[in-house]
Ligand binder design. Sequence first.
Ligand code: FMN
Length: 189
Amino acid sequence: MDVKDAILSRRTIFKFKPEPVPNDVIEQVFSFGIWAPNHHVTEPWRFTVIGEETKLTLADRYREIKIEDTPDHVDAENLAKIGELAYEKFMSKPTIIAVSCLQEGDEQRMREDYAAACCAVQNVQLAAWDAGVGMQWSTGRITMEEQTYQLLGIDSSQEYIIGFFYTGYPADISEPKRQPAGEFIRWVA
Ligand SMILES: Cc1cc2nc3c(=O)[nH]c(=O)nc-3n(C[C@H](O)[C@H](O)[C@H](O)COP(=O)(O)O)c2cc1C
């Protein structure tokens, strides 16, 4: 796929076919991440591929979070249903990868490293799209909790998670929404 076609056609994917993405495809797709622009070549990105056992534990927690975030007036029966739907939603993501960024140096270094990690992620998303693989970047509550860090073996004093990447073969591709680029360009004399 031409790079311009990949940029224009890539969409966030929310619904996936059930089959997981093979490990060699994951490795291949993430190998494009490390070629992102990166001031001082600090290589701040870390990619944690979540296995089945850990996914089950996270899905339980995802259910609990959804229940905790549901307004008080919802009765017990509906609360249980909401929880089950949340569990199923999490389990329907065929492959989940946590992307984290090293937390080192002064504020400038941290800003630059975060920017580089985000560039890496976009390289990965475009390479994935070219391989027929879709992703959803998620920054939901589960990606921020200390217990998630512990479960994934990520030391929160050294690294922070920039997102979970729900990954799989697309079952549905949504329509793009953007203003024309001219709306965002200022020309200064
Ligand atoms: C930093 C970041 C965090 C995001 N977090 C979420 C999220 O928590 N939940 C979600 O549904 N989408 C999330 N997204 C994806 C956006 O919703 C998506 O990119 C946007 O709807 C535009 O759609 P497109 O990617 O198909 O162009 C995130 C994207 C970025 C860049």
